[in-house]
Design a protein around this ligand. Structure first.
Ligand code: ATP
Ligand code: MG
Length: 341
């Protein structure tokens, strides 16, 4: 069976700077592929090329059997027609690092906007579907809230619901937890894990190594616009073959652990820090599954650290302070444990 997403020889430059140097990436239906790599290595650019938010300079991209671009004769890249591109884009949902919600619209309005405007969906039907989707991300009780009345984690879950409202065949996630307080990352990761379990095809750019190990089928490590190493998640993350992969993982896994658990939340969030991050008590079951997910991802990080140390022949515990961090790729502007104020 042909891959659902097929990228071959993808090249992209910005000015004289070659950013993508011939990226190959195949993703089968139902597969979860994580892309990891240093800042500036081209991860976001790959995702943006896949739905043509960025115009590639060369290579072939095919989504669900439809060719978005391909190298024509003489090496000049040729693109599908505007109409075809629009159609393919509807099949590709993307969630960005920054939430990108419309600030003047409620959660519900954000979710129904594209199905009505782009797909011509009936408003009542769009609302019904949007409420189902908000419920599936644990936010039915926030449907009438505006983005500024929600925490970063909640906004990001609305952004996921909004992308899902277009019924995409594949979802692209670009560091979706890195702009939220670390203690809110778990609720976003849980939503993504559920999506993966339901069979959604996903390409995930992430610094959350526990998540990558737990949820991905495959991991690609890219550096300087090239795929350095690719393989089963646990192999690449736990026993990398390439020295560059090992050095990157070592740095990421050794970074400071996540913030203290009892710190306060966003001021706009109406919950106390130790309340369920999914809302009120009726969601206790979901809360416990979030706690389980977080604990599991933390133990994945510990396990990766241990395996990495082992494969190096060093036995020392590499974790700083002993507590595992889920959010290994913290934003530089997050000032550590006090970040949430
Ligand atoms: N629109 C643009 N114009 C010029 N340069 C760009 C543009 N977008 C990205 N770049 C450059 O391309 C390179 C790759 O950027 P990209 O955002 O893909 O990296 P990344 O791997 O996602 O990094 P990060 O982990 O920091 O998000 C960087 O050097 C960046 O400065
Ligand atoms: Mg990026």
């Amino acid at each position: 069976m042909a891959a659902l997403v097929n990228v071959k020889g993808l090249r992209k430059s910005f000015g004289d700077l070659e950013i993508l140097n011939g990226i190959d990436l195949d993703v089968e239906a139902g597969e979860v592929v994580s892309i990891i790599g240093p800042s500036g290595s081209g991860k976001t650019t790959i995702l943006r090329c896949i739905n043509l938010l960025e115009r590639p300079d060369g290579g072939r991209i095919e989504v669900d059997g439809q060719v978005l671009c391909d190298d024509g004769p003489g090496g000049r890249i040729k693109f599908a027609s505007k109409g075809e591109i629009r159609k393919i884009r509807e099949e590709v949902g993307m969630v960005f690092q920054r939430f990108n919600l419309f600030p003047h619209m409620t959660a519900l309005e954000n979710v129904i906007e594209a199905p009505i405007a782009v797909k011509g969906m009936d408003k009542a039907a769009a609302k019904t579907r949007a409420l189902e989707l908000l419920d599936s991300v644990g936010l039915s009780h926030r449907a009438d809230h505006y983005p500024l009345q929600m925490s970063g984690g909640q906004q990001q879950r609305v952004a996921i619901a909004r992308a899902l409202a277009m019924d995409p065949r594949v979802m692209l996630f670009d560091e979706v937890t890195s702009a939220v307080d670390p203690e809110l990352a778990g609720e976003i990761l849980l939503v993504m894990k559920h999506l993966a379990e339901q069979g959604m095809t996903m390409i995930v750019v992430t610094h959350e190594m526990g998540f990558a190990a737990d949820v991905s089928d495959r991991v690609l490590f890219i550096d300087h616009g090239r795929v350095v190493e690719e393989g089963a998640a646990r192999q690449v993350l736990g026993a990398p073959r390439e020295e560059r992969t090992r050095a990157f993982l070592k740095a990421v896994l050794e970074r400071a652990p996540m913030a203290e658990e009892d710190e306060d939340d966003d001021l706009v969030d109406d919950r106390a820090a130790d309340e369920p991050s999914w809302g009120a008590d009726p969601l206790a079951a979901v809360k416990s599954s979030e706690a389980e997910t977080v604990a599991r991802l933390q133990s994945e990080v510990e396990e990766l650290r241990r395996r990495l140390a082992e494969t190096e022949g060093t036995s020392g515990d590499t974790s700083a302070g002993g507590s595992a961090g889920l959010s290994e790729g913290r934003q530089p502007d997050r000032a550590g444990p006090e970040g949430g104020r």
